[in-house]
Design a binder for this molecule. Structure first.
Ligand code: UD1
Ligand code: UDP
Length: 382
């Protein structure tokens, strides 16, 4: 029998981290021919993930430009994917999440009349400008996709409310699968300064911040709050691997350079990042992925955004929305640094996003769709 040709398309760091275990799972299946196309919307940050997971793409569109705009990303991806899809002729295209790579790939596949599977489907804030442009990207992908792999029951409900009935599978998030291979007690960091931090005696805070809707005043306020916290809490060591976006680099270095207990470092590879979080006291971030990973590691998270499409860990009590205003960020962080009970109430491991078997379920669902399996996979959490 001819195997089904499944092409996974991704381009940024978080998509790569969350698609890597799925690419591996698909390549283990005998009835699947797994192809991988990267847009390289991110270049260095993508390559770092490909190296760690030892993935060699079949197609590399190499589209990244400094200070790229949403239109340049989208048009370059669309044109590159048109060619790649014409050559590879896959039976199914898999995209992940809500980036402009994912949206363009889903659209290119639709134009080529190739079915689309959406991994991490159904996350919503219902505010089209926050996160921007991700909320619109993922909503449009929902319309384009034939298969929807929802991490949580709430994500599936969002899709059903939008009138999508068929092709939804409740799988858990593949990021929890990825963490099974990265977090280790005896881990030694390639970034030397991380081996020298006093994780027991000090309070290490891991920080990241990169979202487009935080560019400008929100990012100014977030940085000012970090300066205040580091300045008033000598027991804190603030570790901030700075995203390579020139906008973010400029803001972070202008505010935080020269502070004794602040470490502005280049982006970490994913193994280092997971192991840094596992050793930290607290995580402060506007990242989507970190909101899923830190709760699994039992680490409290302050989300530097006005909303979140990931309410599950907020409901479980390990994540708080801190917003983007200086006073609120400072007050919430100060509370977690000084009030033991408040800290302990948040610092417990929960895993609302997955059980480490999301990729198996997605691969099973694909085989089921193509008639290679009698039954759909059991749902996550069933
Ligand atoms: C993108 C995604 C966002 C995701 C984020 C993950 C869109 C519109 N945005 O946003 O959803 O949360 O990735 O990090 O799809 N750069 C480099 N090297 C790299 C990566 C980036 O130099 O390896 C620089 C380039 O100058 C690039 C800029 O960062 O132009 C911004 O990258 P871009 O992908 O446009 O936006 P992100 O903020 O990374
Ligand atoms: N990450 C990483 N190195 C870093 C910062 C983040 O490997 O220096 C990982 C992080 O663990 C998570 C993913 O990148 O798996 C999140 O990516 P990002 O915050 O850029 O995007 P988002 O999840 O917000 O879309």
């Amino acid at each position: 029998m001819t195997p089904i040709r499944v092409m996974s398309v991704f381009g940024t760091r978080p998509e790569a981290i969350k698609m890597a275990p799925l690419v591996k799972e698909l390549s283990r299946r005998k009835d699947v021919e797994s192809l991988c196309c990267v847009t390289a919307q991110h270049r260095e940050m993508l390559d770092s993930v490909l190296d760690i997971f030892k993935i060699k793409p079949d197609y590399d569109l190499d589209i990244m430009e400094p200070r790229q705009t949403l239109s340049t990303i989208t048009t370059k991806c669309l044109l590159g994917l048109e060619r790649a899809l014409q050559e590879a002729r896959p039976d199914l295209v898999l995209v992940h999440g809500d980036t402009s790579t994912a949206f363009s790939a889903a659209l290119a596949a639709f134009y080529g009349k190739i079915p689309v599977g959406h991994v991490e489907a159904g996350l919503r804030t219902y505010d089209r400008y926050s996160p921007y442009p991700e909320e619109m990207n993922r909503t449009l992908i929902g319309d384009l996709a034939n298969l929807h792999f929802s991490p949580t029951a709430a994500n599936r409900e969002n899709l059903r409310r939008e009138g999508i009935e068929k092709g939804i599978y409740l799988t858990g998030n593949t990021v929890i699968d990825a963490m099974a291979t990265t977090v280790r007690e005896d881990f030694s960091f390639g970034t030397e300064v991380l081996n020298t931090l006093d994780y027991q005696g000090k309070k290490v805070i891991t920080v990241t911040c990169h979202r487009r809707e935080n560019y400008g005043q929100p990012m100014e306020d977030i940085m000012a709050a970090l300066v205040h916290l580091a300045g008033t809490h000598p027991e804190v060591e603030l570790v901030y691997p700075v995203h390579l976006s020139p906008v973010v680099q400029e803001a972070a270095h202008r505010h935080l350079d020269g502070m004794e207990n602040v470490y502005l470092i280049p982006p970490l590879d994913v193994e280092e990042m997971h192991n840094l979080m596992a050793r930290s006291y607290l995580v402060m971030t506007d990242s989507g992925g970190l909101q899923e990973e830190a709760p699994a590691l039992g680490k409290p998270v302050l989300v530097l955004r006005r909303e979140t499409e990931r309410p599950e860990a907020v409901e479980a009590g390990t994540v708080k929305l801190a917003g983007v205003e200086y006073d609120n960020i400072v007050a919430l962080a100060h509370e977690l640094l000084t009030d033991r009970l408040a800290y302990e109430a948040m610092a417990h491991a929960v895993n609302p996003y997955g059980d480490g078997h999301a990729c198996e379920r997605i691969a099973d669902a694909i085989e089921y769709t193509f008639g290679l399996r009698d039954k759909p996979p059991a749902e996550f959490g069933a």
